[in-house]
Ligand binder design. Sequence first.
Ligand SMILES: Nc1ncnc2c1ncn2[C@@H]1O[C@H](COP(=O)(O)OP(=O)(O)OP(=O)(O)O)[C@@H](O)[C@H]1O
Ligand SMILES: O=P(O)(O)OC[C@H]1O[C@H](OP(=O)(O)OP(=O)(O)O)[C@H](O)[C@@H]1O
Ligand SMILES: O=C(O)c1cccnc1
Ligand SMILES: [Mg+2]
Length: 590
Amino acid sequence: MEEIEQTSSKQLRSLGQNGIVQPLLTDLYQITMAYAYWKSGKTKDHAVFDLFFRKNPFQGEFTIFGGLEECLKFLEKFHYSASDIEYLKETLPPSIESDFYNFLNTVSAEDVRLYAIPEGSIAFPRVPLMRIEGPLIIVQLLETTLLTLVNYASLMSTNAARYRMAAGNMKLFEFGLRRAQGPDGGLSASKYSYIGGFDGTSNVLAGKLFNIPVKGTHAHAYITSFNGFSELRNTCLEPKGGGPQRDLLQLALGHRSNLVPTFSVVESEASDGELAAFISFAIAFPDGFMTLVDTYDVKRYSCSSNKLFNVTPNTQSHNEYRFNLIPMPNTKRGQNNCSGSGLLNFCAVALALNDLGYRAIGIRLDSGDLAYLSNVARQFFYEISEKYNLPWFANLTIMASNDINEETILSLNEQGHKINCFGIGTHLVTCQRQPSLGGVYKLVELNSQPRIKLSQDVGKVTMPGRKDAYRLYGDSGHALVDLIQRSVEPPPELNQKVLCRHPFEESKRAYVIPTRVEKLLTLYWENGKIVQELPNLQQIKERVKQSLKTLRPDIKRTLNPTPYKVAVSDKLYTFLHELWLKSAPIGELS
Ligand SMILES: Nc1ncnc2c1ncn2[C@@H]1O[C@H](COP(=O)(O)OP(=O)(O)OP(=O)(O)O)[C@@H](O)[C@H]1O
Ligand SMILES: O=P(O)(O)OC[C@H]1O[C@H](OP(=O)(O)OP(=O)(O)O)[C@H](O)[C@@H]1O
Ligand SMILES: O=C(O)c1cccnc1
Ligand SMILES: [Mg+2]
C-alpha cells in the first residue's frame, strides 16, 4: 500500500491535511502538458507562476487568504507513487514513451520555491497570493491542486470574516456539515470558517483534526421523541453540591404553574412531551442545559391577555430588556394555532435545575421571526431574573438558527434583537452568495524572459515578469495601497514619495509617502523544505482579525464598499505596456 493511502487519522491530524490531497488530484491536462513539455525538451526550463484572483467575492472589496499551510504540506508529499504511475500508464495514450514515466517517478517539489503572503492576511485582486518558481514541468503540475487548496479556503475564510463583521461580538457556530459540498467541503468549511472568525463547529471530525472547539445543541427529533411524562425512565437528579437526589420533574411542574400567571400563558397548552424531553436532557446534561424551544410553539399566549411584546426596545427605559407592550406580529409561529410553549417549559426546567445548584445555558430558536422571538425570550428571562433574584437568568444564551446569512444578521441588527449566538449552516458553507473564488495561476516568466497573456478583457491581461508586492500604510495605520513592482526594483522606502500607478489607466496615478512598508511575499518553501515557522490555526485566526483592522471601514462595508487601491510601480507600468504592444499583433482593416 502507498504511503498516502495508509495515512491514519493520527497522521492526518499532524499533517493537518486531508489524505485525498495528492498529485493526481489535478486536471488531466497538467499531465498531458507535462508530457508534451518533456518531449519538447523543456525539462530544464525555469518558470515563474503567479497565483492570484481578479475580483473580490461577495460584492466586497477584500478577501482573506487561506490555504497556504495545506499548499506547503502538499509540496512536502508531492511525488507520484507506483500506483499513480501505473494508473497513468493505463490511462494516457499508448504512444507515451516509457521514459516519461521514469521521469514522473523522479518528480518532487525539491527544486520549487514558493513565496506567499501570510495565511489569514487580507488580499486584493491581482496581487499575487503566491509566486511559485521552479522547473516548468513541475510548477505546471502543481497548478490545479494549489488552486483547489487556495480558492475554497480563501472564499470560505472571507465569507466567515464577513459574517463575523456583521455579527460583532455575538458567538458564531458553524453547523453546515450536512449541507456542505461533500465530506471534504464540510471539513474545509469548518476549518476556514474558524479561521475567518467563527467560534466553533458542530463537525466533530474537524474538531479532532484541527483542534477547533466543537459545540452543539440537539435536534427537533429529540423533543418529538417524547410524548409525555410516562416515557421518562428517571426524573431524579443529584444536586450539584451532592446530597440526596430530587425529582426534577416535580420541581419543574411546580415552577411551570408558578410562571403561568406572571407571563399570561396557558399551562394546559404547554406540551408535556416537550417538558419530558427537556427534563431528560437536563438530567443527561445538568450543566449544559440548552434546548430548542420552537418545536411546537415558542410562546403560547393567553387569548384574553393583551400583554404581548413589541420587537422594538423601549428607548425611554434604561433597562435594555424592557419592551413596549403591543400586539405581536402575525408570524407563522406566532399565530395561536398550535399548542405548546417552549419558553415556559424551558424556564420551568431551568428554575428546577437552579434549585439543585445548576445553571442552564440557554435556548435555540430555529424558526419564526427571530428578532421578535428573541426579544420575547429575553423579556421572559429578565422578568424571571428579577422575580427570583437570579441575575444570571437575564443573560441566558439565545441562539438563533434557520437559514441565516449575512443579510439576515444585518437585518436582525437593524430591527433590534436579543440573540447572542448564531448557528449557521447552508449559506455559510456553500457560500451561497458566491460559490467560487476565481483564483488563477499564470505563467509570468520563463527562463528569465517575461511572459504575458493578452485578452480582449483588459482585466484579464496578466502582469509579466517576476514581481514583488508591498503594502503601503498611511499615518492613520490603515493600509493605503498594495504596490506591485518588478522584483529587480528596489523596495519602496519609508517616508519617501512613491509613484503608484493604475495598471491600465494611464491618467490614474498618485504619490504615496508610506509610514510603514510591508513586503507581502516571503519565501515559505525552498530546497524541499518549509523554511518558515508556520502559525497554528489560532494564530492565523488572530491574523485575520488584525489584518482586517488595517482596512478602512468604508472598504469593509457591505453596501457599495470603496475599492482598495492596487497599483503598479512606474517601471512595471512601462514594462507591462511595452510588452503588451510588442506581443499584440497589429490588425489590418479591410
Ligand atoms: N426578524 C427577521 N428578519 C429577517 N429575517 C428573518 C427574521 N426572522 C427569521 N428570518 C429568516 O426568515 C426565514 C424564515 O424561514 P421560513 O419562511 O421558511 O419560515 P420558518 O420560520 O423556517 O418556518 P417553518 O419552519 O415552519 O418552515 C429564515 O431564513 C430566517 O433566517
Ligand atoms: O439552517 P442552516 O443555516 O442550514 O443551519 C443548520 C440547520 O440545520 C438544522 O436543521 P435541519 O437539518 O434539522 O433541517 P430544517 O431546520 O431545515 O428542517 C438546524 O436546525 C438548522 O436549522
Ligand atoms: O448542534 C446543533 O444545534 C446543530 C448542529 C448541526 C445542525 N444544526 C444544529
Ligand atoms: Mg432549519
